[in-house]
Ligand binder design. Sequence first.
Ligand SMILES: [Zn+2]
Length: 118
Amino acid sequence: MKMKTLNCPVCGGSLVFYKSGEHYGYQCFDCPLSVVESSTPEGALNNAKQLISLFPPIMQVQIEDTVLWKSCPVIVLDKDIKVGELMVLDSYGNKHMVDQQDIDGWPWELEGGEYVPS
Ligand SMILES: [Zn+2]
């Protein structure tokens, strides 16, 4: 199974795995964000995922991620966290400003399978 890189929800940098003595953890090299350490690598990964899941989707989503909007996959070009809007590129090459509420599927919901509209 391919290990997906974890992105920092605060700055968009990479959360990097580390081992310190008997403890494992993740931390961002680009900002002060770090994850509670664990005694196992799996535990550290779970802690990291749990921390990321606490952030609003617009903070979790990364530039160039694919999201679902109006049932179509679109690419995130930019995001304005303060306003809560994403700039996306559709398959026709048109740009749109989309309110985060209007996103039908986030990358982590699409991962590992077909998107099934509810
Ligand atoms: Zn960061």
